[in-house]
Design a protein around this ligand. Structure first.
Ligand SMILES: NC(=O)c1ccc[n+]([C@@H]2O[C@H](COP(=O)([O-])OP(=O)(O)OC[C@H]3O[C@@H](n4cnc5c(N)ncnc54)[C@H](O)[C@@H]3O)[C@@H](O)[C@H]2O)c1
Length: 281
């Protein structure tokens, strides 16, 4: 069981959306929170909001796709709050364009922030948790990892988020020896500004964008079928799961049948085909 009161937490992508909701919920429950975000004004605004409400917070600028930047953020987090025992590796960026219409920069940007961003943070913060034999790590994946063909034109995002599911479920086994909890969050639609105007694209991937991510007509149609949950509800669901050290959080129960059709049935058919092959002798 992972309680949060009196602990020090880092939330990446903490300046907006799900990260903001997690940071404020953690502070309300008595954790000291590092609000880490690539956009300084967002990190500062959430940290001030927490401080004004009587909580303890530090704003830290950080690009999670850059190892040196993560190490620097960790040093500032340790200076302010000592050992960090709760990590919410949540920063993420999206794109909804056909794979071959994306620039190399955008392809790399989506992959690096969503996948390597999480592993950079895990590899930076886990050694201290392992030394103290305790803590909890969470990474934000997505429902698309469980329903991979539901929303088309999402290739590097789905690849990175699917990688996070595998990574966290595999890592969980290693971490259990150190009494460190491990959870992967697979949100369905959440009412945030993701993709609106990605001013947060780092210079080495082309720099800030001043337009929303492109949506093809079919993607826009599919998006209309998605229910968007308030980020505060997602934060509540995550903290509940932490208390029981649950391996996975999903936020949209209505996507169960799509998961079964798109992943379970597809894998079962492949197992059936392998059995049929063996029966042929
Ligand atoms: N909103 C949804 O419907 C939805 C669904 C599934 C998964 N997710 C995932 O939830 C997480 C949070 O997204 P959100 O919806 O709250 O979006 P958001 O845009 O509101 O928040 C993302 C935050 O990440 C920050 N960020 C971007 N690049 C960064 C970088 N390189 N380093 C550090 N910070 C960076 C942004 O500045 C922003 O504050 C993401 O991982 C996203 O992929 C969102």
């Amino acid at each position: 069981m992972t309680g949060v009161s009196g602990k020090a937490a880092v939330v990446t992508g903490g300046g907006s959306g799900i990260g903001r909701a997690l940071a404020t919920a953690l502070a309300t429950e008595g954790a000291s929170v590092v609000v880490a975000d690539i956009l300084e004004e967002n990190a500062r605004s959430v940290a001030s909001e927490i401080s004004r409400a009587g909580g303890s917070a530090l704003a830290a600028v950080c690009d999670v796709s850059d190892r040196a930047s993560v190490r620097d953020m960790k040093a500032r987090a340790n200076d302010s709050f000592g050992t960090i025992s709760l990590l919410f590796s949540n920063a993420g960026v999206t794109s909804l364009e056909p794979m071959m219409e994306m620039s190399d920069d955008d392809y790399d940007w989506i992959t690096h922030v969503n996948f390597f961003g999480a592993s950079n943070c895990l590899r930076a913060f886990l050694p201290d948790m392992m030394a103290q034999r305790g803590g909890h790590v969470m990474a934000t994946s997505s429902m698309v990892a469980l329903t991979p063909s539901y929303l088309p034109c999402h290739v590097p995002y789905v690849a990175a988020k699917s990688g996070l599911v595998g990574m966290m479920l595999n890592l969980r086994v290693e971490l259990s020896e150190y009494d460190i909890g491990c959870t992967v969050l697979c949100p369905g639609g959440v009412a945030t500004g993701i993709g609106n105007t990605p001013r947060y694209r780092p210079a080495r991937f082309g720099g800030p964008m001043d337009r929303p991510v492109k949506l093809s007509k079919s993607v826009a149609q599919t998006r209309k079928t998605i229910h968007f949950r308030p980020p505060e509800e997602v934060a509540e669901m995550v903290l509940d799961a932490l208390r029981d050290n649950r391996p996975m959080v999903v936020t949209d129960a209505s996507q169960r049948s799509i998961f079964v059709e798109e992943l379970v049935d597809v894998a079962m058919a492949a197992f059936d085909a392998a059995e049929a092959y063996d029966r042929r002798g």
